[in-house]
Write a protein that binds this ligand. Structure first.
Ligand code: PLP
Length: 408
């Protein structure tokens, strides 16, 4: 009989969100009158900004006119959007990129999930712990993770992010081929300083590894010294791929638009003594398996870079960060440790002594009808923490804070 890809059979069930939904449903059934507020959502709640909505309308109208209708677009994205990205996200920060180093897509999750295809099947993968699950599961599917035993994938190199290292992972003791980093981080909300990130770039250059850098939350960075792009660091174009998304930046979680940067300077071994540019492989991969992001969505994304668009999007982000600040204060006032929340929409809160992360989850649910995400669900090193998100509405966040204060 035909066999399936065994990698898919090794995937661990994602118990985290299923388990949370289960517990919340049971609570609601037992407490029909109570309004449950989620501080666990990883999705935006504020509507698209007016500049984006007008761009969408204009683009839709164009598509209904014979003179302006467009069919298949370039697999790599329209030049107008790639130009805007190169200009505003990179040139403005001192980074020179050519537009053919930028590949527009329908999402960073798909880009991240797909990108591992370009690496040899026996490549060794390093991930932080706690971690955004896509990095791990896409490599499990590809057969790179080894078996799962005692809470770990045997072939993965884990980089613990703990209070003791300030949530800055230590360099690995054994050399991986591919290293996933996400900063500002989901789930911890922490950031990497210029020096720390330069340390990773230098390590990758020294050891010949590739950094897969996810900066989906770059727009939330407030502190001036925190790098927005890995390419702000010396030598990064030779070792790093960068994933970006309009999802959290501009509320595109439903519209779908993202991009990945693959510099021409990033070259790997062809296994026969020569070198090959990842850029040309990714271009080939996209042309073979992908037919481009919708024209109207790319016009909407380009509108994020207009003067009005930028101001409007920044105001939305300020609103989320305001939620984050209020939440941080409320959690601190409960005498709990708080990390993140200043350059990211996520807050990593230590749980009270004597509780574990699921225990605190239960406590918040039963005594305050609040939902958080237990840190242990993001990896063993997440134990002892819960993730709170600032993506709720202003009203819900204010109500959640009143309930936290009443709990003390
Ligand atoms: C939300 C998120 C993304 C963005 O995913 P899209 O598919 O572009 O919506 C990427 N990385 C992380 C860590 C995220 O949390």
């Amino acid at each position: 009989m035909t066999k399936v890809n065994a990698g898919f059979l090794e995937l661990q069930r994602n118990y985290l969100f299923v388990e949370i939904a289960h517990k919340v449903a049971a609570f609601k059934e037992a407490n029909p009158g109570k309004k449950v507020i989620s501080l666990g959502i990883g999705d935006v709640t504020r509507p698209l900004v007016p500049a984006v909505v007008s761009a969408l309308h204009r683009a839709v109208d164009e598509m209904g006119e014979a003179a302006h209708f467009r069919g298949y677009g370039p697999e790599q994205g329209y030049e107008f959007l790639r130009e805007a990205i190169a200009q505003h996200d990179y040139k403005a920060r001192g980074v020179d990129l050519r537009t053919d180093e930028i590949f527009v897509s329908d999402g960073a999750k798909s880009d991240i999930g797909n990108f591992q295809e370009l690496f040899a099947a026996d490549s060794v993968v390093a991930v932080t712990n706690p971690v955004y699950p896509v990095y791990v599961d896409s490599n499990v599917m590809a057969g790179r993770a080894g078996g799962f035993a005692a809470g770990r994938w045997k072939r993965l190199v884990y980089l613990p992010c703990l209070k003791s290292n300030n949530f800055v992972p230590d360099l690995p003791k054994t050399r991986p081929d591919m290293i996933y980093l996400c900063y500002p981080n989901n789930p911890t909300g922490t950031v990497l300083s210029r020096e720390a990130l330069q340390g990773w770039v230098d390590y990758a250059r020294r050891e010949g590894c590739v950094l897969l850098y996810d900066s989906a939350y770059e727009a939330f960075i407030q502190e001036p010294d925190i790098p927005h792009s890995i390419y702000e660091l010396n030598g990064a174009q030779e070792v790093a791929v960068e994933f970006r998304s309009f999802s959290k930046t501009a509320g595109f979680t439903s519209l779908r638009c993202a991009y990945v940067v693959v510099p021409h300077a990033l070259q790997l071994s062809d296994g026969k003594g020569g070198k090959v540019a990842l850029n040309s492989l990714w271009n080939r991969r996209q042309c073979t398996k992908y037919n481009g992001c919708a024209y109207i969505v790319q016009q909407a994304a380009a509108a994020v870079y207009s003067q009005e668009g930028r101001a409007q999007v920044e105001a939305v982000i300020r609103g989320y960060l305001q939620n984050a600040e209020l939440l941080c204060t409320a959690v601190q006032d409960m005498n709990l440790e708080v990390f993140g929340g200043t350059n990211a929409p996520y807050i990593w809160a230590g749980v009270p002594k004597g509780m574990d992360s699921w225990g605190f989850f239960e406590h918040l649910l039963q005594s305050a009808a609040l939902v958080c995400t237990p840190g242990a669900g993001f990896g063993a090193s997440g134990e002892g923490y819960v993730r709170l998100t600032a993506f709720g509405t202003e009203e819900d966040t204010a109500e959640a804070i009143r309930r936290l204060r009443a709990l003390r």
